[in-house]
Design a binder for this molecule. Sequence first.
Ligand code: ZN
Ligand code: ZN
Length: 350
Amino acid sequence: MDALPVTSGELLCLGSSLAFSALFYYLHRKKARALARIQEAPKLQVDDTLSDRLSATSGQCLHYVALEGIVLPAKAALSSQHHEELQGVIQKLVLKEHRLIWNSLARSWNESERVVSEQVYTVPFVLASPTAEAVTRVSVESPLRAVQLPLETVYEHFQHPTHGFKDLIGHYLSGEKPKGLLETEEMLRVGASLTGIGELALHPDGAIHLQPPTDGSNYFLHLGDWQTLLAEMESVSSLWKGAAVLCGLAGVAVILYALCRAYQQCRHKQEQEEQRQELETVWCSRDSPPESGEDPAENTCTICLTEPRECVLLDCGHVCCCFRCFEALPSRTCPICRRPIDRVVPLYQA
Ligand SMILES: [Zn+2]
Ligand SMILES: [Zn+2]
């Protein structure tokens, strides 16, 4: 049976490119669905008509809306650890250790980072209207369940370590060098303009709540308006799409390469078979060794020492064997010089 026309390496490339293509396409479709959902959602601003609008809906609830407003704390706000005048409603403090690790394969130092500590603090907050007259407040529920926290960096400090001579030797022996500690503070500041995308519900006590959608759709809290969120999501979606197309094309290229090689192998086999048939015809047409004046020992096959030499082996050009011995060669290499035999032509002696 013929071997498979693709090698295991090609199969691996083909499998992984198709798998990656499918994964990237799935991510693109997921993003595209979330995008379409946001585009369909009603776009609202926090104002005093919200209560009436919600009362008019069934269940006093809008299942997916984009709501813009200004962030205000419902209770005492959080103060920044590094800038006392800064107040916020979500605070995230992260301490990361940056290290260099010796890679003995690549023979270079690679950078790696590790989160040493991470703390997130929140206080209840509401979205208010940018105009001072409106009194409606929308309470934002479960902000930590949003796809991404709407934070801006308010403090960043990189602390370099001081190394003694002993430490330096220790680093080279252990293959690990501390590079420094990065301390960051991020906040959702009071007064920031925020777009919340989720479920808007009017509770029996008259309070309006923006909460994670009960149908499992994404809950977004985004600094800025909904158009910038859409633009960001669109660029990510097209990035996944591009990656899916590239991986798909790589898979097609592997298939074409394997097919091309299989076709060439097939052509080569066909040519060899034609040569063999040609030689056989020549051999059959000779019923006795040629009677010439030259020394028969010089003209006999070097393998069987009886039949006359009948084949020119190319590319080396040796004329050393009869057709039967050529056919019986264990491998297609010249028995004299061991070079591969690419072509054989019959030798005609006149
Ligand atoms: Zn022979
Ligand atoms: Zn040779």
